[in-house]
Design a binder for this molecule. Structure first.
Ligand code: BGC
Length: 516
């Protein structure tokens, strides 16, 4: 039998995972369309660093940074502080600040208007935000554009992972969910490529760079308008017949009775919960809540966005030329995409824990080596990094990005989306997105100042956090690979050495499950 996201089945149910599960074209197409939200998110992440390294853009909006950058071409001393400007960082971070607020509205719309309409709303926010950014005449327009994009991110990151988890069959849930992250990485790469080309177009290349986000925004909006909402969401909102029809379409069979029963039951339980945020704070919801919050905090404390947002700027600070810096960002972006492909396969084979533990070691070693290389690097006659050093740095940053891309990147989103039960799933996802954006905001706002004050020590700082998060995973993160989403509570939390004390026995309906 093929089981998707739902809540707790009340009757004993025999479940065999290697059953007649069919992966229908309509399922794949729906997931592909919806996952394009990741393209938008990724484009926004990758875009700002490139734009802020363009002279035309700096001249128009951040003149003092421009002057500092030009001066540094003549006066040789540490370049670590060139981009240390709070307003410049605000250009990047304002998007995430707006996203934080938007997630709370998105939680309401995801539950009451559905996953689909929330994604459509995200698409419209994105389109208007892009228009403001690309047409910006002053800093205010630029920031308004970023805020609108942030609202789009808040709505999309709330609804899309839920959508994917709810329509995915358990055995490929991990892989399908990672489609979102894959799109994020493709978006980042696309942004790096556009930046590379646009930087050569004067004086309006930056407009092209901001405007190209319109392509993924448009694709997402169109896609969201044509897909069906998830059966769970439709049934949750009382559209039983429609939900049944969509379920049949997705499963590619009329034989959906037991699955339908499960969703209806899950919905019944969910509807008894009138205040999902209050429910979230109850003791039995502590395990998924704590895991979701910590995964988000840790994902950002890997330091990935100090690199993703600012890699062109970072490379200039290390002493690489403008062009080489944008080029290096393209290389990083490509590694990010390729390594995410690895995780799509590995996540449902090797499991979530193994990926996170391996990546912890790889990221730690890379970050320490980057610190060492920057501490004792060789400078050539012009005061720039020698070619050899630059190459070693790019390779080390790539090893670090690869490890992140097959672990914390996708799993930071996947695990929370499968950890909550239906009644708290929307609320739990809002908290997830909100904490993620809060820490993304902090990193965006602080990275360049940290670079100025800590210099190469910024990488040692993040390596310390990588140790903490790897220990956390080892002791507190249970494996959720191959466990149907509605049985996570029963199979996972209840059997974990630490989390079992939070799970109350009579809350969990008895379910007989055979997982291979
Ligand atoms: C994170 C982003 C990050 C991206 C990098 C995502 O999972 O949430 O903050 O920029 O991965 O690929």
């Amino acid at each position: 039998m093929w089981r998707r996201g739902g809540g707790c089945p009340v009757e004993p149910l025999e479940v065999s995972m290697d059953s007649e599960a069919k992966i229908t074209p309509i399922l794949i197409i729906s997931c592909l369309m919806v996952a394009t939200a990741g393209l938008m998110f990724g484009y926004d992440v990758g875009n700002s660093g490139g734009v802020t390294s363009m002279d035309d853009f700096l001249k128009k909006f951040f003149y003092s940074v421009y002057v500092r950058k030009i001066k540094h071409n003549y006066v040789e001393k540490s370049k670590y502080c060139i981009f240390n400007s709070q307003t410049l960082q605000l250009f990047t971070s304002s998007l995430y600040l707006a996203g934080i607020i938007a997630t709370f509205f998105a939680s309401y719309t995801t539950r009451h208007l559905g996953r689909k309409l929330t994604i459509v709303a995200a698409g419209f926010f994105f389109i208007i935000g892009v228009v403001f950014g690309a047409a910006a005449q002053n800093l205010a327009m630029l920031i308004i554009g970023r805020i609108l994009l942030g609202c789009g991110v808040g709505f999309a990151n709330q609804a899309v992972p839920l959508f994917l988890s709810e329509v995915a069959p358990a055995k490929i849930r991990g892989g399908l969910n990672i489609l979102f992250q894959l799109n994020v990485t493709v978006g980042i790469l696309f942004a790096a490529l556009v930046n590379y080309g646009a930087a050569k177009i004067h004086p309006w290349g930056w407009r092209l760079s901001l405007g190209a986000a319109g392509i993924p925004a448009f694709v997402l909006t169109l896609g969201a308008l044509v897909v069906d909402d998830t059966p769970t969401s439709l049934i949750e909102r009382g559209c039983l017949q429609e939900g049944k029809a969509v379920l049949k379409k997705l499963c590619g069979t009329d034989n959906i009775e037991s699955e339908l029963k499960e969703i209806i039951e899950a919905t019944r339980v969910a509807q008894q919960v009138k205040r999902p945020f209050r429910e979230l704070l109850k003791r039995h919801n502590r395990p998924p809540l704590v895991i979701a919050i910590f995964l988000q905090i840790f994902q950002q404390l890997t330091g990935i966005n100090a690199i993703m947002f600012y890699s062109p700027v970072l490379f200039i600070s290390f002493g690489l030329g403008n062009d080489a810096s944008l080029y290096a960002a393209v290389i990083l972006g490509s590694v990010n995409v390729l390594a995410t492909l690895v995780s799509i396969y590995a996540v449902d084979q090797a499991g979530r824990r193994l990926l996170l533990l391996e990546a912890g070691v790889q990221m730690f070693v890379s970050l320490i080596m980057i610190t060492v290389v920057l501490r004792w690097h060789v400078i050539d006659k012009s005061g720039d990094l020698s070619h050899g050093t630059a190459l070693i740095l790019v390779v080390l940053i790539c090893t670090y990005v690869a490890a992140f891309a097959w672990s914390w990147g996708p799993l930071g989103w996947l695990i929370p989306s499968e950890a909550f039960q239906l009644e708290t799933r929307s609320a739990g996802q809002s908290v997830t997105v909100c904490v993620n954006l809060m820490f993304t905001f902090l990193i965006a706002q602080a990275s360049l100042s940290m670079l100025c004050h800590l210099q190469y020590g910024i990488f040692a700082f993040f390596s310390g956090w990588v140790v903490v998060m790897t220990v956390f995973v080892y002791f507190f993160l249970p494996e959720t690979e191959n466990v149907p989403i509605e049985e996570i509570s029963d199979k996972v939390w209840k059997n974990h050495w630490f989390w079992k004390r939070f799970i109350d026995d009579d809350r969990i309906p008895k379910t007989i499950v055979t997982v291979p």
